[in-house]
Design a protein around this ligand. Structure first.
Ligand SMILES: NC(=O)c1ccc[n+]([C@@H]2O[C@H](COP(=O)([O-])OP(=O)(O)OC[C@H]3O[C@@H](n4cnc5c(N)ncnc54)[C@H](OP(=O)(O)O)[C@@H]3O)[C@@H](O)[C@H]2O)c1
Length: 267
């Protein structure tokens, strides 16, 4: 079949782009193969910029998986003593720039309004996982997000042009990062969506996500990250049931919710 010429109408570019294409079985196999184990072995330290609800939940899982973590926040390392004590000898606190420099992989998990303060230079060339969401009442109005010409993770990518941003962990309530984590192969292991523009960075993110208890589900480039942004079917409610209890999510369920994603302007 000869593409759009065979269709009764020529689809508009925007229509083509809004169709979600789930990853193929081959793509999943590549992500879940021995490569991820090798990538995982090359990473020992996770830097965290932000150590609140999500940062501390990810740090707990990272330490449990055998990583060292370097935590940071806006107030300074001396304010992170309790969390460092709780996490034990594999955790330390530093400035954001030091955490960025220390991490083989770095997680940025702060209010979106603060991403301009994320240190650029020490993150050069690194994979950066972005957990951030846009809440105008907290972050103020951001024109590119209001008119949907960009996405939260693309804003961070623009701030970090020589880093490789991968969107992940933004659509799961922080408590459930602990509750839903399962070892590889467990029938109740959940998937977490990832989006990014760099295949190696996505492999690093997937390896880390795998180590902390989830299968990464690659949904495409960073620009597709809107599909699991605030208030959409693949956002936080996906991971809990009607009673508010954690609910495991498999790839088919995530794909189904991603396919239902609508732009805010069309809602
Ligand atoms: N809560 C959830 O369940 C959840 C789930 C998914 C995604 N998210 C998203 O993930 C992000 C973090 O959420 P959260 O709930 O973890 O927030 P939070 O509990 O308010 O923690 C925010 C953390 O960011 C730090 N921070 C703020 N500005 C910073 C800066 N310039 N440099 C370094 N650290 C800075 C804060 O440090 P100080 O305390 O010292 O200011 C704090 O440690 C948000 O964008 C949120 O929308 C949250």
């Amino acid at each position: 079949m000869g593409g759009s010429a065979a269709l009764p109408f020529a689809p508009k570019r925007s229509l083509v782009r809004t169709q979600y294409r789930p990853p193929s079985a081959r793509e999943r196999t590549v992500r879940n193969a021995a490569r991820l184990r090798a990538v995982s072995r090359s990473m020992t330290t996770i830097g965290l910029i932000g150590a609140g609800n999500i940062g501390s939940a990810i740090a707990r899982r990272a330490v449990a998986a055998g990583y060292d973590v370097v935590l940071s926040n806006s107030r300074g390392p001396e304010t992170l003593g309790d969390l460092v004590s709780e996490l034990g000898p594999h955790a330390s606190a530093a400035t954001a720039a030091e955490a960025a420099a220390a991490g083989d992989l770095v997680v940025v998990t702060i209010p979106l309004k603060s991403i301009g303060a994320v240190p650029v230079e020490p993150l050069r060339g690194k994979t950066v996982i972005d957990t951030n969401n846009y809440y105008p009442q907290r972050d103020g109005q951001i024109a590119e997000l209001d008119d949907e010409t960009s996405t939260t993770s693309e804003l961070l990518q623009a701030h970090l042009p020589e880093s490789h941003v991968v969107k992940a962990f933004n659509n799961i309530f922080h408590v459930f990062i602990g509750t839903l984590a399962r070892p590889a192969g467990d029938p109740e292991r959940s998937v977490l969506a990832i989006a990014g523009d760099d295949a190696d960075a996505k492999a690093e993110a997937a390896a880390f996500i795998g180590d902390v208890g989830f299968d990464a589900h690659d949904i495409g480039p960073l620009a597709e990250g809107w599909r699991y942004q605030r208030d959409l079917p693949a956002y936080a409610g996906l991971y809990f049931d009607d009673d508010g209890n954690a609910r495991p999510v498999d790839a088919a369920l995530l794909d189904d919710k991603l396919a239902q994603a609508q732009r805010y302007r069309d809602m």
